[in-house]
Design a binder for this molecule. Structure first.
Ligand code: SF4
Length: 361
């Protein structure tokens, strides 16, 4: 932590004339910040706010409902990344409200860690339909694109809920009340898409921006970079994750994403439609598109379709408008054992990260 200490001393020596609020856009960043206790060691006039860094938290409620119904009604083998399994949907008490409850009710729901596992399950079960419910940001969706390009087994299809990170930040900035003064951009996403994707934050909105890695040293270096930009009255896009996030990103991953997926307007749970913020399978991959292959189980009589559960402030937490412990359910009705909203379920959800980090009130 010698490097971290040095960055901290440089931050403390900066002549900051006002309070500066820095937003991060990555659940991994938020986890490192919380676990390392960085909020507690920074000067009082530096505030760190978690932003839209959790794809599970913004996955449309109706997509999760559809996945549950595919498992229950269409009897598919439903595979999904593990932290999606406990996310609740808005159904009356007594009905199946999550994939894990569907599993308990007899549906074949299996957690997986990669598209490779989805492929193996499909190949091991040639007589059964398998649906891969794939929610994630660019870094998670790139391997899905690679699997599509490589060719999927006939009995495997994809229910895609992929999202791009930068349009959510663009929406916040375009709103005129972004609620932050500087941005720490996600290192993983920059590794795939290239740091330049975040240049609009500087060029169009004049906010200091730095791409960061996941170690406390890299995060502190990025905080120093944006705070020094504020102190010096300068603005530029800095890359504090040089060893991994190269200028061009990962051209192969970008090519596979462009080859297999279209970028479309997409719904973010509790937030609404954000232009050009989602991925959809290109028409030539229709045979593997679960949205086309299976009936839409949308039930228009369901209440609160697409919304967060009653009382849950997750959408405001995702947009950096509230800190997790400002939700009135935090630590009371809502804990990791009894999650009310997705932000308390996912490993990348700010509520779960804060609770796991010992924030109790
Ligand atoms: Fe939602 Fe629970 Fe977080 Fe409140 S504490 S915002 S109910 S997930």
């Amino acid at each position: 932590m010698a490097g971290a200490q040095a960055w901290l001393e440089k931050i403390r020596a900066l002549p900051l004339a006002r309070k500066v609020k820095i937003m991060n856009v990555c659940g991994g960043h938020e986890r490192s910040i919380t676990q390392a206790g960085l909020r507690g060691v920074l000067p009082d006039n530096v505030e760190l706010v978690p932003g839209p860094g959790c794809p599970v938290c913004v996955c449309p409620e109706e997509d999760i409902y559809q996945a549950i119904q595919l498992a229950l009604q269409d009897k598919v083998i439903l595979v999904a990344f593990g932290d999606m399994l406990r996310v609740p949907v808005n159904v009356p008490k007594g009905e199946v409200r999550s994939l894990v409850e569907a599993q308990a009710a007899g549906a074949d729901v299996r957690p997986i860690a990669s598209p490779t596992e989805a492929r193996k399950i499909a190949l091991d079960n040639p007589g059964k339909p398998v649906v891969f419910f794939a929610a994630g940001f660019e870094t998670t969706i790139a391997p899905v694109a690679a699997a599509l390009a490589e060719g999927l087994p006939e009995n495997l299809s994809i229910l895609l809920s992929g999202r791009l990170t930068w349009p959510a930040v663009a929406m916040l900035l375009d709103s005129g009340t972004p609620g932050f003064d500087a941005l720490v951009a996600p290192g993983h996403v920059a590794t795939v898409m290239g740091p330049d994707e975040w240049r609009f934050v500087v060029d169009k909105h004049g906010l200091p921006t730095a791409v960061a890695g996941f170690l406390p040293e890299s995060l502190l270096a990025s905080f120093y970079s944006v705070l020094r930009q504020v102190a010096d009255g300068k603005r530029f896009l800095d890359n504090c994750y040089l060893e991994v996030a190269h200028a061009a990103g990962n051209p192969t991953a970008q090519r596979l994403l462009a080859q297999t997926l279209d970028v479309v307007d997409a719904n973010w749970r509790g937030i609404g439609i954000i232009p050009k913020s989602g991925y959809a399978l290109k028409p030539e991959y229709a045979a593997w598109n679960a949205r086309l292959k299976y009936p839409d189980h949308a039930d228009p009589t369901r209440r609160r379709i697409g919304e967060m559960p009653p009382g849950c402030d997750c959408a405001k937490v995702v947009l950096g408008k509230l800190y997790p412990n400002q939700c009135r359910l935090y630590g009371k009705a809502c804990t990791p054992r009894t999650p009310v909203g997705p932000c308390m379920v996912s490993d990348e959800g700010a509520c779960r990260i804060w609770w796991s980090g010992g924030v109790r009130e």
